[in-house]
Design a protein around this ligand. Structure first.
Ligand code: GDP
Length: 426
């Protein structure tokens, strides 16, 4: 059975949680393939809000096996706490599977993340300081510790001892901090984490392929987004993994031939957290309206997101980078109060028109948006449930986006609730 990927197409916070949840209904397995607990999905079910950081969205469906793939970095303390919170709300997490090849975020990663950001001062990257970058760095330099290492106490202690030799030199000599005692940390992890985590640890590659071979639907769930991708985003203001659809292959252990459907998720406008180039950024009242109406503050960090008009140039690039087969537009209802709406259709870089993202980032910094203006609908969309419930201006806005990004719009979000969406494709 061919698999589906859902991927954020902007700078994150597109509402992937809700769309993934909708698509997950028809799946038998949902697999996270990259990132860590910096993802922060929010789902609203029957008025109750669920904040998922590591556990895949499908956990709320009893027929779905939620899988944390090898490409994810796992803070075991955070994962176990999330599981405990979900279970306290009556969500059964016993089906959860965690790849033995996923890398562990341990307390020293978080400490180093914090210290490095502080040390960088005004040049800081704006990381979420959860140790995700340092853990991926350890993975690349081959000093990482994997989930499977927890199941072999001798190996775990040895690896921790070896890596902390190095980390402690940096912690004490560069940052003037206390060292981490490897034996103490090992004891803590082996008592607090291992007995609770061990039942979830699995050969997730085998499970994913068993599902595919058995003709069961598998969904690969991306965290963060296309323009935060380590290779294709606005480097260095990016995450340390590959959220693009191709990341599902390495991060879950499947070849590209298994992936047939790629759903890109975009807000009806755009936001960005932290530093980095942002051609359609708004510093005016319209921007404030987007932030206020859209509650554009980080789920995990509470930081105000930078707002802007929809950028079709970036979306065209996202269509290319992910081979998007369709696009889900979220938060269309946030635009309900505007008299008119702007969509960036091209960039002006030094007097030259660019229909596609300029490859050189200096050009992206210099890019001036070329807008087309469309009439707003000034109607409350939150109770729209089908295409025919949408006012003509909203249908035209979505049609214009389809034409600009050259991909069909399938789903449209009109509110935070699970049922607040319009099937635009039908
Ligand atoms: P993610 O990081 O991309 O998963 O984004 P989140 O799911 O954390 O953030 C999206 C926020 O917007 C959550 O609070 C959702 O409940 C909410 N949301 C999602 N879709 C819609 C929508 O169509 N309209 C409105 N008003 N809110 C939405």
């Amino acid at each position: 059975m061919p698999a589906t990927v859902v991927v954020g197409t902007q700078w994150g916070d597109e509402g992937k949680g809700k769309v993934t949840d909708l698509i997950a209904r028809d799946m038998s397995m949902v697999v996270r393939y990259q990132g860590g607990h910096n993802a922060g999905h929010t789902l609203v079910v029957d008025g109750e809000s669920f904040a998922l950081q590591l556990v895949p969205s499908g956990v709320l469906y009893e027929h779905v096996t939620p899988v944390i793939g090898n490409g994810v970095v796992v803070d075991p303390f955070v994962l176990l706490e999330e599981v405990a919170t979900l279970e306290s709300k009556g969500v059964d997490c016993s089906r959860l599977k965690v790849s033995g090849n996923a890398h562990l975020i341990l307390p020293y990663h978080q400490e180093l993340d914090m210290l490095t950001e502080r040390y960088l001062g005004k040049n800081k990257l704006g990381t979420t300081k959860r140790g995700i970058g340092p853990t991926y760095a350890d993975k690349a330099t081959r000093v990482g510790i994997r989930v499977q290492d927890l199941l072999d106490e001798k190996i775990f202690r040895e690896k921790l001892e070896a890596v902390l030799g190095d980390k402690n030199t940096v912690l004490t000599r560069v940052y003037n901090r206390l060292p981490t005692d490897p034996a103490e940390l090992a004891d803590r992890v082996l008592t607090e984490v291992v007995p609770r985590l061990a039942p979830y640890v699995s050969d997730t590659v085998g499970l994913v392929h068993d599902a595919l071979d058995g003709d069961r639907e598998v969904l690969f769930e991306g965290a963060q987004a296309t323009f935060l991708d380590l290779d294709h985003g606005t480097y260095p203001f990016v995450t340390s993994s590959n959220p693009v659809a191709g990341g599902a292959c390495t991060g879950a252990g499947v070849g590209p031939r298994h992936i047939q459907r790629v759903v890109g998720i975009a807000k009806a406008y755009i936001t960005r957290v932290g530093a980095g180039p942002f051609p359609t950024e708004l510093h005016d009242e319209d921007g404030d309206t987007l932030v206020d109406r859209g509650h554009e503050f980080g789920t995990n960090t509470g930081r105000r997101r930078r707002p802007g008009w929809f950028d079709a140039v970036m979306m065209r690039q996202a269509v290319r980078l992910n081979s998007l087969s369709e696009v889900a537009i979220t938060k269309l209802d946030i635009l309900d109060t505007f008299d008119s709406l702007k969509v960036c259709v091209a960039y002006d870089v030094g007097g030259e028109r660019h229909e596609h993202l300029p490859y050189h980032q200096s050009d992206l910094h210099a890019a001036k948006p070329i807008y087309e203006e469309l009439p707003g609908w000034r109607t409350d969309l939150t109770s729209a449930r089908s295409r025919s419930d949408l006012p003509p201006e909203a249908v035209d806005y979505l049609g214009f986006l389809e034409e600009q990004i050259r991909a069909p719009v399938s789903l449209v979000g009109v509110g935070p609730g699970r049922d607040q969406f319009v099937d635009f494709g039908s």
